[in-house]
Design a protein around this ligand. Structure first.
Ligand code: NAD
Length: 494
């Protein structure tokens, strides 16, 4: 613990605001796991252990449900304005620690500090947005069509929520769930990813200091998430599951949730197409491509995975993308000037290498990168593949790394068909200076979010989510709040 705390001392010389907790947060206290087991946390930039966190077992999972249940009635009855004030204090608490939290994210996740700073601001914004939403949970009143009675609809907190998050945005994926859960009046149990628990633990401590009552947010880390999450989902007091992660694990959790018919929100994998039409502004398209591909070094569910580029602009686009990606500085997240940080682990590097090798074997040309550097740390360089052939695995699997796969097309109809030829449907990007045409294409792409002449879709005020096997439900916006509410209908005569 001391290692990571001194490691994460902000560069402006301010001391860490508090020692990062590394135990389990259950009810009113940080407690060590009863088994004494710990999970080592690695710095992906040098593969060194930076600290360890308590490893929860099933009994501790149920203890967290006990704590969430004990806090539930009082939190649901807390006036919305008071809940809003606490959420706003969480926003300020995070932003006051933006630099320190960004360094912590960079250390345990490997991402460049600039990416981490952006993540902290994005993550904190969910607290501010849902502070504003907490006081706007309005119902409906109408006359029934027969005229016999009134239909009164009231939104009530759904109940205890299990929130499971991935490692790629360790702060934002947690706050995107916790903030609407608390705004709606629910208590929760957060289960962060094994690779990046420290950020979630730091955010939980900030929330405690901001006035979140005991038991409203509980945090458990575990090296064996299957049995722990299964036990929690089979406890009849738990009524909500919100998961962000791979489609594969999402399917397992949907089966688990089915036993108790638990309301489930799923933010799963993506395979985003990025369409560039001949009439697009090349410089704008490059700017957008750099963000859509290289934010978080490609480790984003919304990351552009496949670039479909119309023949007339294709060669210029490839040349310019190679220039821009080739000029990026790869290195440890905290090192000066780093733009492309480390990948999360060895398995991530293995996956990228295998997708690149498969694409090349099927006829793709390596325009840039394409080779893992020697030395320690989980690094993969910014890479560009052109002439990627149909049937290549990289067109069907999210590469989750800094590799741009480029495919030329002639007819936009062909590009739309290719974009839709996947079981995923999270995000897509369209570049064209003909807005009418771009919007027509946006409507026909099978996905939850389309960015038109932009490289970024994420916004706390917008409904984020996917169609097909990319997920169920939406996070952010008013939609995200309703995921934690039940509509209660009261038929009333007066
Ligand atoms: P993952 O599915 O391996 O793990 C996600 C979480 O699930 C982790 O907390 C992990 O501990 C937990 N988990 C794993 N097995 C479990 C089980 N049997 N029961 C309960 N929990 C279990 O995903 P990852 O590798 O951490 O994250 C990368 C994936 O997340 C990518 O596919 C990415 O596209 C997706 N993602 C999606 C969104 C979105 O909003 N749609 C956002 C970020 C990441």
């Amino acid at each position: 613990m001391s290692a990571v705390n001194s490691y994460a001392t902000p560069q402006d010389g301010q001391p860490a605001p508090f020692a990062i907790p590394t135990d389990l947060l259950i009810g009113n206290a940080w407690i060590a796991s009863s088994t004494g087991k710990r999970i080592d946390i690695l710095d992906p930039a040098n593969e060194q252990v930076i600290t360890s966190v308590a490893d929860a077992n099933v009994a501790e999972g149920i203890a967290a449900v006990d704590a969430a249940a004990a806090a539930a009635a009082a939190w649901a009855a807390t006036p919305p304005r008071k809940r809003a004030d606490i959420l706003l204090a969480c926003f300020h608490g995070m932003m006051e620690q933006q630099e320190w939290l960004a360094q912590l994210i960079s250390i345990e996740n490997g991402k460049a500090l600039t990416d981490a700073r952006g993540e902290v601001a994005y993550a904190a914004e969910f607290f501010r947005w849902y502070a504003e939403e907490a006081v706007r949970i309005t119902g409906d009143l109408s006359l029934s069509p027969s005229g016999a009675n009134r239909i009164l609809v009231q939104y009530q907190p759904i109940g205890i929520a299990l929130l499971i998050t991935p490692w790629n945005f360790p702060a934002a994926m947690a706050t995107r769930k916790i903030a609407p859960a608390l705004a709606a009046g629910c208590t929760c149990i957060l289960k962060p990813a094994e690779e990046t628990p420290l950020t979630a633990l730091a955010v939980a401590e900030i929330m405690r200091r901001a006035g979140v009552p005991d038991g409203v947010v509980n945090v458990l880390n575990t090296s064996d998430p299957g049995p722990l999450c299964s036990a929690i989902l089979h406890d009849p007091r738990v009524r909500k599951l919100s998961f962000t992660g791979s489609t594969e694990v999402g399917r397992i959790l949907l089966r688990e949730a089915a036993d108790s018919v638990i309301s489930s929100s799923m933010e799963l994998g993506g395979n985003a197409p990025f369409l560039i039409l001949d009439d697009a502004n090349l410089d704008d398209a490059i700017e957008g491509a750099m963000i859509a591909k290289m934010r978080n070094a490609g480790e984003a569910c919304t990351a552009a995975n496949r670039f479909y580029v119309q023949r007339g602009i294709h060669d210029a686009f490839v040349a310019k993308l190679v220039d821009r990606m080739g000029a990026m500085k790869m290195g440890p997240g905290l090192a000066d000037g780093t733009q492309c940080g480390a990948m999360i682990n060895r398995a991530a590097i293995d996956k990228i290498e295998s997708l690149v090798a498969d694409a090349v074997a099927k006829g793709a040309r390596i325009e840039l990168g394409g080779e893992t550097p020697a030395g320690g740390g989980f690094f993969y360089p910014p890479s560009v593949l052109s002439n990627v052939q149909p049937g290549s695995e990289i067109l069907h699997t999210e590469v989750f790394g800094p590799v741009a796969a480029i495919i030329p097309f002639d007819d936009p109809e062909e590009a739309i068909a290719l974009a839709n030829a996947t079981e995923y449907g999270l995000a897509a990007y369209v570049y064209s200076d003909n807005l009418k045409r771009a919007l027509q294409i946006a409507e026909r792409i099978e996905c939850g979010m389309v960015a038109v002449n932009r490289g970024l879709v994420s916004d706390a005020a917008a409904p984020f989510g996917g169609v097909k096997q990319s997920g169920l439900g939406r996070e952010g916006a008013h939609h995200g709040l309703l995921e934690y509410c039940e509509a209660k209908y009261i038929a009333v005569s007066w």
